[in-house]
Design a protein around this ligand. Structure first.
Ligand SMILES: Nc1nc2c(ncn2[C@@H]2O[C@H](COP(=O)(O)OP(=O)(O)O)[C@@H](O)[C@H]2O)c(=O)[nH]1
Ligand SMILES: [Mg+2]
Length: 232
């Protein structure tokens, strides 16, 4: 199974790849892949895009600012995509810090498309400390849907850093139902989308620091493909 770990900058992608990767290695053949051209991996990477493309070097070579160099990096990464189509029970792909590089650039989407097979999923990391109000919660669900649609892979929403705050999903969902005010109608219309999101049925909460929630994440990934047997 190939798993793209996606999320906004600082949401905990790289830390999850490191710790969830360690956890999976107890029972599975696992490969960890760094696809962030701007950061060295914090785990022993089996494959590292920085061996091929380094954002800081592109800034110098082409006289680009950071955003231009990041976009150029993803463009150049496409030349090496075949090297990154590796197989294992689980291949965890750590994506660039800034998720828009993968979600809103043709090269990023193409990179994912060329690596994906029928056992490819996304894990969308949502920083728990940023999701405290019903409005934030709904916007998080919508973001998850956007990621799944743009990348065309089934995507599980995962709340990260749950050691830092107690995410009360049940209460937020109840609050949603009684919400009034300017956004109330919009929220009411949007709420049915919960039916299509994994969040309603199961809130996946992980802490990479405390190494909690990994069993749930593993079983959700397996359930995505009704996986019994070989996932490689
Ligand atoms: N408390 C806490 N901090 C975390 C957790 N996961 C990541 N972090 C911290 O959040 C920051 C960003 O994490 P990182 O994995 O680099 O985010 P990325 O940009 O999405 O790859 C780092 O300082 C991590 O140590 C977690 O589960 N709990
Ligand atoms: Mg990272």
């Amino acid at each position: 199974m190939r798993v793209f770990v996606i999320g906004t900058a600082g949401s905990g992608k790289s830390t999850l790849v490191k710790e969830f990767g360690e956890f999976l290695k107890n029972n599975y053949d696992v490969k960890l892949v760094n696809l962030d051209p701007a950061s060295d991996p914090i785990y022993p990477a089996d494959l590292d895009i920085r061996k091929f493309v380094r954002t800081e070097e592109l800034m110098k070579r082409y006289g680009l600012g950071i955003n231009g160099a990041l976009l150029k990096s993803v463009e150049l990464m496409l030349d090496f995509v075949e090297d990154f189509r590796v197989s294992a029970d689980f291949v965890l792909y750590d994506t660039p810090g800034q998720m828009e590089l993968f979600i809103y650039s043709e090269s990023g989407i193409e990179f994912v498309r060329r690596i994906s097979d029928k056992f490819t999923a996304g894990v969308f990391m949502l920083d728990s400390t940023m999701v405290k109000t019903p409005e934030n919660f709904v916007s998080a669900i919508l973001q998850n849907v956007v990621v799944a649609l743009r990348l065309s892979i089934p995507t599980i929403a995962v709340f990260s850093k749950t050691d830092l705050c107690d995410l009360r999903t049940e209460e937020i969902l109840k609050e949603l139902k009684v919400k009034t005010g300017v956004l109330a109608e919009l929220m009411e219309k949007i709420t049915p989308i919960l039916d299509y999101s994994t969040i309603k049925y199961r809130t996946l909460k992980v802490s990479s620091v405390k190494k909690t929630g990994f069993e749930d994440l593993l079983s959700s990934l397996r359930e995505l493909f009704c996986a019994c047997g070989d996932l490689s």
